[in-house]
Design a protein around this ligand. Sequence first.
Ligand code: GZL
Length: 322
Amino acid sequence: MKLVRKIALRTMVGAAFALAAGTSAFAQGKPVTLGFSQVGAESAWRTANTVSVKAAAKDAGINLKFSDAQQKQENQIRAIRSFIAQKVDVIAFSPVVESGWEPVLEEAKRAKIPVVLTDRAIDVKDPSLYVTMIGSDFMEEGRRAGHWLEERYKNEPGPINIAELQGTVGSAPANDRHAGLMEVIKSDPKFKVIASQSGDFTLAGGKQVMEAFAKTYGKKINVVYAHNDDMALGAIQAMEEAGIKPGKDVTVVSFDATKGGFQAMVDGKINVDVECSPLLGPQLMAAVKDIVAGKPVARRIVTDEGIFPMNVAAQVMPSRKY
Ligand code: GZL
């Protein structure tokens, strides 16, 4: 599915006009400097996202100051404070968790530095603390997975027991991929989430949690619902070591649709992969340039994505970009 930018023009943030028009590097003819705080390097998705951001900055002639937070919020806050001290033109970040951002974003606002969210949302009361959020609709991703499960099991009476490998605790994708699934299955009592634990979006984390689930629940598990491909691949290793055939004895649902996820579908070990595109770099740089030039920027820029069942994986895989 081509990544198609769908501009959700909900509100134009007036603050961006005021901030950008007067102080912008663009107005002074200097190269724009963007400070970017990345979550870390926890998954194939994250690696692809970092590649996209760095390549797009280069293509756009934007001077990028990049910081890897190793999945720690305090490192992101430290990086944002450093960008403020360096008086960058725009700050962007992918927030590792949804809460705890007000203090540092108030500092950015006082310093008149516009902030852009990419990939993940935050939970703040003051909408002026950031200009726009560019990324996926994780609730919709969860709903897509839920509807696929309903269709997969429509002729089976149940119970259908689901073991859930959650992403990073408190992160928007973990919260919303869970909520989207529950919204769909809550009306169908045959589906039951019998276990749910965070694997922190990593392969090692997914393997460790699945080892424990296999020991505790064994053959009672009908579905593994993994919030990303890295945890799904770790769970596959754990299942095979426990004598369980992933994709056959257990239906495996995953998110991201990375090359690793596609390969596992071709190998018959992941049954469906919900797309979540990391290729946000070009949209981010376009938004940064618009902000600096004082142009209006949509409040929410949603990436348009699909869902891939294993039976299409082999034919689609050659066209995948990450
Ligand atoms: C989703 C992104 C998530 C991916 C994981 O947009 O935030 O973080 O699903 C990554 O692979 O670690």
